[in-house]
Write a protein that binds this ligand. Structure first.
Ligand SMILES: Cc1cc2nc3c(=O)[nH]c(=O)nc-3n(C[C@H](O)[C@H](O)[C@H](O)COP(=O)(O)O)c2cc1C
Length: 382
């Protein structure tokens, strides 16, 4: 299938602008998602073998998830399980509906297997997303795997009111999905990444914790926050190790379920290819192959500094099982794919899970959990 995708389907998609191709693919997937027979047919081609992971109270049928930004409007919720993904992260969703930045705002750098985007959180807003999610559930089309929501800040909300903006979205969507990712790392909303600073992030986390379901704290516990939905924070690959350490510290204080590492980068690699150079001169975040090593470096640092105690979802430049293996052995417990899906096609999750199972067999490792962070276990004396 990957041959068919690379040689027949991808050239047709890549003859259109990146955003037109994305919209066309999403329209087809939304149609499939709304027709159970079509979803089953898709599943019969692309279902991934079982490789379960238990993490933050959830069972993931396999560790390969869909990264945020692909299904921003929750248009194709059941289709991602049919494509073999072990979980999906919808959004970024903001409290206020917003159109995002003007087009063009998504660019392919094909020679580097990369994308530059400055979408700017185009989405219908938290209340509209809640209605869509309720509809998928009411029609019995909710997928079997965990579903998360990526939360962003509305562009019209000033930075000083960010906490309230995130908390409003969280409250509206809280009971409809399994976990939340607080996105303070997109380069495409002015000032957003300043919210990674300790004080600003703390304010957001406190505001969200206040909206957790506090109806059933255990007897004798003054801390109800651990009993709500798992909350993760998504970080930028451009943060310094010191800044990452502050987030790890805050994660402990605020009982974060984990970290998603990483978002896109504002840095650009050197290139002599004129087409790639043109794409890299566009403002926005870079994803795909050129992001892979920095993302792995960030994961390795987070895992080491937290002494393996803080679960990490690794994302950035994963295209195949080798890339996924590298992220897991650096310390990720789960991984996600966006750009890899664009370049490798709809079989990417199945291929990665199959490849991971083969590698586990070759290494004589029985469960995936055993090999998380394996590349540095000796180094830090876990
Ligand atoms: C077009 C596009 C839109 C994205 N939108 C979001 C988003 O809304 N929220 C978010 O946290 N990350 C977003 N991302 C970042 C991805 O989730 C992911 O972190 C990043 O692309 C690195 O993974 P990759 O190399 O597999 O693409 C977006 C990425 C792309 C390419």
């Amino acid at each position: 299938m990957s041959w068919v995708y690379r040689n027949l389907i991808r050239p047709a998609l890549f003859s259109q602008t990146a955003e037109d191709a994305h919209n066309r693919a999403m329209k087809s997937l939304a149609w499939v998602a709304n027709h159970p027979f079509a979803c089953d047919a898709l599943g019969s081609f692309f279902a991934a073998p079982a490789l379960p992971v238990d993490l933050f109270g959830l069972r993931f049928p396999n560790p390969v998830g869909l990264a945020a930004g692909m299904d921003k409007s929750a248009d194709a919720v059941p289709a991602w399980a049919a494509l073999g993904f072990g979980f999906n992260e919808l959004g970024g969703v903001t409290w206020h509906p917003q159109p995002g930045n003007p087009s063009p705002r998504m660019f392919r750098a094909v020679a580097d297997e990369a994308i530059v985007n400055r979408m700017g959180f185009n989405n219908p807003g938290a209340e509209a997303i809640a209605i869509k999610l309720q509809d998928w559930r009411a029609r019995g089309l909710w997928p079997q795997h965990p579903v998360g929501i990526n939360l962003g800040k509305s562009k019209i909300t000033p930075l000083e009111n960010a906490a309230e903006d995130y908390a409003n979205s969280f409250r509206t969507l809280r009971d409809l999905v399994d976990f939340f990712v607080i996105n303070v790392s997109s380069p495409n909303t002015p000032g957003l990444r300043q919210l990674q600073d300790r004080a600003a992030l703390d304010e957001i986390l406190v505001a969200i914790q206040e909206q957790q379901n506090t109806t059933a704290p255990p007897t004798g516990s003054s801390d109800s926050t651990r009993h709500g939905k798992p909350i993760l924070v998504k970080v930028a690959p451009d943060l310094t190790f010191n800044a990452l350490d502050e987030i790890i510290e805050l994660a402990g204080v605020r009982h974060l379920a984990g970290i998603v590492a990483t978002n896109t980068t504002i840095n650009r690699p050197d290139t002599i290819d004129p087409d790639t150079r043109r794409v890299y001169s566009e403002a926005g975040g870079l994803s795909g192959r050129p992001l892979r090593d920095r993302s792995t470096e960030v994961i390795r640092h987070l895992h080491r500094q937290s002494r393996g105690k803080l679960p990490i979802i690794g994302v950035g430049g994963i295209f195949n099982a080798n890339d996924a293996w590298e992220k897991l052995s650096a310390g990720a417990s789960l991984i996600q794919v966006y750009t890899g899906l664009v370049y490798e096609g709809p079989g990417v999750a199945q291929d990665i899970v199959t490849g991971l199972l083969e590698k586990l067999g070759e290494e004589g490792i029985l469960t995936l959990t055993e090999m998380v962070g394996v590349s540095q276990k000796n180094a830090v004396g876990f």
